[in-house]
Design a protein around this ligand. Sequence first.
Ligand code: ARG
Length: 296
Amino acid sequence: MNSVSLLGSANEPVVLDVAASAAPVRVPTARRYLMCPPRYFAVEYAINPWMDPGAPISTELAVEQWNALRDTYLRLGHHVETITPQPGLPDMVFAANSGTVVDGRVLGSRFRAPQRAAEAEHFRRWFVDNGYGAVVMPERTNEAEGDFAWTGTVMLAGTGFRTDPAAHAEAQEVLGVPVVSLQLVDPRYYHLDVALVVLDDRSERPLIAYYPDAFSSGSRQVLRRLFPDAVVANADDAACLGLNAVSDGRHVVLPVEATHLAEQVALRGFEPVFVDVSELRKSGGGPKCCTMELRG
Ligand code: ARG
């Protein structure tokens, strides 16, 4: 019996019978991630609609949630590297914004907001100190994996709020991979990684999930053309930053509120793994924002 169970909102097990859908067997691959503990996490400025510097925030709870996220990766068999957090850089926990690594080549970042600018150099140092030979720092505004999603064949690249479209061409040149530009149109979904997630980056036909309304109509057409069988997320999935998920090809780590998206990925043979990131979401972040993948 091919069935998937996950916990619904009232903690009632929801059993999905996926036999009829003939979902492929999903095979996880061990990943290497770079993360930054949220020791100095705070919401001191507002550079996206999620951030309210007046609202209460618990750094302690953020640390607990981050520890649980790291432990989830370790339990799934992944390797986690950490970078030392720096005082005065409350958003440094969002490591995904500080580098794009493909085949061991590193393209660093250049932040749009001056409040985050200094993070880029700390990460550049980390790469150099950890044996990455070719580290290129971008000329154009580039928020790294916040706006770049590697599918295994092409690099999907977001623009509209943060990353400069000219950074897409720069990424193609530095990383030597084809880059497809996508236009983001909703300020709540200001980075590509809160509107789209790559579920499978190891097969000839990569699989993604995305929230269509976050994209311009031309970009929606591009996504439909490239990924006709993509998982389509709904407004509720997007509104809890459910697409800010991390997949190893089988396990999809995502915010606990993203129950519809979890059911959809389960129907495709993936195993949803829920984490609570309520505190990090107050800054507009989720599991993926906290996780830079070190490829190769
Ligand atoms: N407060 C941060 C910012 O606005 C959140 C970044 C979230 N990171 C991400 N990859 N989406 O820059």
